[in-house]
Design a protein around this ligand. Structure first.
Ligand SMILES: C[S@@+](CC[C@H](N)C(=O)[O-])C[C@H]1O[C@@H](n2cnc3c(N)ncnc32)[C@H](O)[C@@H]1O
Length: 228
């Protein structure tokens, strides 16, 4: 999904670059016509500006978000899971009042807030971006569940997840693969993992559900940590 979002940004950047280039070309040809001095050097400079703006646009779309103060930049950009998909993720994991639900890269906290408010679970909201943690905390207070959620401005690859009984992910293919050994090492057997959109490479999910949300179909995957 993050990749998809980036693709849209790339497409938008390229479109803006093309429109800007057309305007520049039009202006340039008017100047050239009026002055009758459209030299090869002028054209070369114009081409370089056009190529540069295209490359800059593509680069911008593929960059991770800017580094917040304190920790390194997030590995994936913030993009919220739609609320109907949040519900489906928690149902797929069969979350209940005995659960401690972690959202690794929790964004605005919507998954853990829903887990606390509607499934009576406790939650842990981990995000590397302090703005997301502040937003999550505010949202949890507004929802009246802040006392059931722990907020951690930490890197999901190093945070302690030992007490999680259910883990929610909406990251990227690469980050799912990076966190996979940690999940298998630190979670107790029987803990459930649900990932929105991205799978776990050759660790096959035990269940896949596709949710029609908005104008697209979104896969969510379930795994259970096996006995060691
Ligand atoms: C696509 S958003 C998902 C937000 C939320 N889980 C949801 O589904 O609505 C990914 C989140 O992961 C956070 N993030 C990216 N890299 C991280 C890392 N290494 N450690 C912790 N959080 C990270 C981002 O700041 C962002 O809020």
């Amino acid at each position: 999904m993050v990749a998809t979002c980036n693709n849209w940004l790339v497409a938008l950047s390229v479109l803006i670059a093309i429109l800007a280039s057309c305007a520049a070309l039009d202006l340039a040809s008017r100047i050239a016509q009026s002055e009758r001095r459209a030299t090869g050097r002028f054209r070369a400079i114009l081409c370089a500006i056009i190529a540069g703006s295209c490359v800059a646009g593509i680069g911008w779309g593929q960059q991770p978000a800017l580094a917040p103060p304190g920790l390194r930049a997030p590995d994936v950009r913030y993009e919220p899971t739609p609320t109907d998909v949040v519900q489906a993720m928690l149902r797929l994991a069969r979350v209940n009042a005995r659960d401690v639900v972690y959202d690794l890269g929790c964004g605005d906290g919507r998954i853990v807030i829903t887990a606390a408010r509607e499934f009576n679970a406790r939650g842990v909201c981990v995000d590397i971006d302090p703005r997301r943690i502040a937003e999550s905390r505010d949202n949890a207070r507004a929802a009246g569940v802040a006392d059931r959620i722990q907020f951690r401005n930490e890197d999901l690859l190093t945070t302690d997840i030992g007490d999680a009984t259910a883990v929610m992910l909406f990251l990227s293919p690469e980050l799912n693969l990076a966190v996979r050994p940690k999940l298998l090492r630190e979670l107790k057997p029987g803990a459930r993992i649900v990932s929105h959109w991205h799978d776990m490479g050759d660790w096959r999910p035990q269940e896949t559900v596709r949710i029609s949300s908005g104008w697209r179909e979104r896969p969510i995957y379930l795994w259970t940590v096996p006995q060691r």
